[in-house]
Write a protein that binds this ligand. Structure first.
Ligand code: SF4
Length: 484
């Protein structure tokens, strides 16, 4: 996954773009917790700071005042190519013969080996082992006169998922791959609210500040209003004191990751014109229609299962209760990088509310089962707290196939639905019954056509073909890194 944010302020003295970018990024923390970073330009020079850890510990008040400039990008990371080391934190930075560049990337490329071969015949040594580092090197070394032209030259050779924020000395460019796998939105900071706004600007758009963000929720936090999505196959160029410019670099074949709407993005964000809390509530109502069962109460797996559980309760007419406390200071289980950490994460994170669940027949609603280990632990904990029946309902279809576009489930054997039948999964997790929402049910809740989305992890139809070598890709660039 990963979260990206970019900001351009209107003009005048070097200002506080870094603080706005950090604030925006803070709203995207759920998209990646391994590292955070920020790059800023004062119109002349790029400065960058990044480190492993959560955003609040990396971009704190000791760092931000020294990052002065009018334009900035920020990134939080969840790894899909390359290990969790400092070098792989983003934004990336590279000083090429014609330009200095910093890039924040959400997504995952699928032709990384081909791209490496294009970089001095594959003999290039990279400072880090991510697909983003490779893309940054290709763009910085591209002989085209400016960054927009370099993007036009390089992007047609790049395959896979990429929503980018690109920073050079003078501008921020938002880029979305032709499928638009990952979201990217454009927002506008009103001129009166944009710190550093100059009264000299008369054109309304030129006097505004502009933002790019993975999700609309981050626009709300910085006081920007949503303007529109960056379109698949489009780049949006933001420069201080100018209205945004749009350049199409490829034909759009939209395939937004449906998992963003089901689970990953914040419920207060909007995608495809849908508020995600509402979308998930409606998915829960569909789930109640598809998999009804008699029980005493409906409860969510906190926090992400809550909207669908509310919808299931509404659809079934059963009472809704919160049956578990979630420790909000523990990271999201699904995006911890190693199996060891994931296991620890479940046990420290969730605690049943005995008063609510004791002696009750429960319908427990969650938004996905990936490996099955978390759900199994939850069922165990609820039974130990006195639940007499535990019926598991999932507001997504079973995940049969790995994702190569930005979620780290590349090994099919990690996916319980790929290796077990539904009765076997029910037995493994120890539930009294199990029901998944169908693809048809997801679409009915969204009231949108199948063709708008990627459903590949549910039905195996990959919009962008995935080469064989990309299927074992996470650490494929390690050998190209300097000093390893
Ligand atoms: S394969 Fe699944 S997780 Fe990956 S982009 Fe497609 S729908 Fe999203």
């Amino acid at each position: 996954m990963c979260g990206v944010f970019g900001v351009v302020l209107p003009g005048g003295e070097p200002t506080d773009a870094a603080s706005i970018a950090a604030l925006g990024l803070f709203a995207l923390q759920h998209r990646g917790q391994e590292s955070a970073g920020l790059a800023v330009s004062d119109g002349d020079q790029l400065m960058l700071y990044k480190d492993l850890g959560m955003i609040s510990s990396v971009l704190d008040e000791r760092r931000l005042p020294s990052l002065r400039g009018q334009i900035a990008i920020a990134h939080c990371r969840y790894s899909t190519t390359g290990s969790t080391v400092w070098e792989n934190a983003q934004p990336t930075y590279r000083l090429g013969p014609r330009r200095a560049l910093a890039i924040g990337h959400n997504g995952n490329l699928v032709n990384t080996r081909d791209l490496l071969a294009q970089l001095t015949g594959g003999r290039a040594r990279l400072p880090a082992s991510t697909d983003t580092e490779l893309l940054t090197a290709l763009l910085a070394d591209e002989p085209a006169a400016d960054t927009v032209e370099a993007l036009r030259q390089v992007l047609p050779r790049v395959r896979g998922a990429y929503s980018l924020v690109v920073l050079d000395e003078r501008r921020v460019i938002g880029v979305r791959d032709p499928f638009g796998f990952r979201p990217l939105v454009l927002g506008r900071l009103p001129a009166t609210e944009a710190p550093g706004a100059s009264a000299l600007w008369t054109d309304e758009d030129a006097s505004a500040g502009w933002c790019l963000s993975s999700e609309t929720a981050a626009l709300d936090i910085v006081g920007a209003e949503y303007v529109r999505d960056v379109l698949p196959g489009e780049m949006v160029i933001l420069e201080p004191g100018q209205a945004p410019r749009s350049v199409r670099f490829a034909e759009a074949t939209p395939a937004l990751c449906v998992f963003e709407l089901i689970y990953f993005a914040r419920p207060d964000s909007y995608m495809e014109g849908r508020n995600l809390y509402e979308a998930r509530r409606l998915m829960g109502m569909q789930l109640a229609i598809e998999h009804p069962i008699d029980a005493d109460l409906v409860m969510p797996v906190p926090d992400t299962g809550a909207p669908a559980a509310a919808g299931y309760a509404e659809g079934s007419g059963l009472p809704y209760r919160e049956g578990m406390y979630r420790n909000r200071y523990a990271g999201r289980t699904f995006i911890q990088p190693s199996a060891g950490l994931r296991h620890r994460g479940v046990t420290i994170k969730l605690n049943p509310l005995r008063e609510v669940v004791n002696g009750k027949r429960l319908i427990v609603v969650d938004d996905s089962i990936v490996r099955g280990t978390t759900t199994k632990r939850i069922v165990e904990l609820l039974r130990k707290a006195g639940a007499t029946e535990v019926h598991v309902r999932i507001s997504a279809p079973p995940i049969y196939h790995p994702c190569f576009y930005g979620i780290d489930t590349s090994v099919e054997t990690e996916l319980i639905a790929a290796t077990h039948s539904e009765p076997e999964i029910q037995e493994f997790i120890g539930a009294d019954s199990l029901g998944y929402l169908s693809i048809r049910g997801v679409l009915a809740a969204l009231e949108l056509p199948y063709e708008r989305f990627c459903f590949a992890c549910f039905d195996g139809h990959y919009p962008e073909p995935v080469p064989y070598d990309a299927k074992s890709r996470k650490f494929m660039l390690e050998e190209a890194v300097v000093g390893r």
